[in-house]
Design a binder for this molecule. Structure first.
Ligand SMILES: C[S@@+](CC[C@H](N)C(=O)[O-])C[C@H]1O[C@@H](n2cnc3c(N)ncnc32)[C@H](O)[C@@H]1O
Length: 200
């Protein structure tokens, strides 16, 4: 059976990988495992998102599709004023994100959630939603990430999404424009772009 990183309950033998990396001026320690996105190192797009995201003061921030938690953890280390929530549909990813928060002495709320279905996030509004969306799970799901993010942002809140522009990112940029009525590019690097839409 082919098992994807977005499986809800991965059955593959759990092989762990440990690595450290520098992000936003801090060392972040990660434990990763099989059936989790970007097993051996932080994905280029995720790193770009972490480095270029615009986070307002005292932000209520959601790391949507958190994987092993690197986006939320790196941001919280650099910006302790942020209230960080992380969600992922993959139970193994959620377990790792909780563990990685502890290893990095980061306080964050981590929930298993199919998009915004979890009780703790379904009625919550955020200032900022950061995501490296699950392209391999299909464009339809990525569009749902955009549409449901709009419904979970406070007025003035932003969705910041990283994607490879010529491999599907361009079409997500159009979807962000359709849903929010605005979209800007925060950065372009090595084929990746970080798109940002504001809920006016
Ligand atoms: C491209 S990965 C990014 C992971 C992590 N943010 C990172 O940067 O390493 C996308 C993540 O979205 C998660 N995902 C897929 N479908 C989801 C859904 N319906 N709800 C929440 N998370 C989902 C996957 O399990 C995966 O961890």
């Amino acid at each position: 059976m082919i098992e994807h990183y977005f499986s809800e309950n991965p059955l593959s033998k759990r092989e762990e990988v440990h690595f450290k990396t520098r992000l936003l001026g801090s060392v972040v320690e990660i434990t990763s495992a099989s059936s989790i996105f970007s097993l051996k190192e932080v994905d280029f797009g995720s790193r770009l998102l972490i480095e270029k995201a615009k986070i307002p003061e005292n932000a209520d921030l959601l790391d949507l599709g958190c994987g092993y938690g690197v986006v939320g953890i790196a941001v919280k280390k650099a910006r302790p004023d942020a209230q960080v929530t992380m969600v992922d549909v993959n139970q193994r990813a959620v377990n790792l994100a909780v563990r990685n928060c502890r290893a990095n002495s980061v306080k964050a709320s981590v929930f298993k959630s199919n998009k915004f279905s979890n009780e703790n996030v379904k009625d919550k509004l955020f200032d900022c939603i950061l995501t490296n969306p699950p392209f391999s799970a299909g464009k339809k799901l990525c569009i749902e990430f955009i549409e449901e993010s709009f419904d979970h942002l406070k007025p003035g809140g932003t969705l910041q999404l990283v994607a490879p522009h010529n491999k599907g990112g361009g079409s997500l940029k159009k979807e962000m424009m359709r849903v929010f009525g605005n979209v800007e590019e925060l950065v372009k690097k090595a084929g990746y772009r970080v798109y940002c839409s504001r809920k006016d």
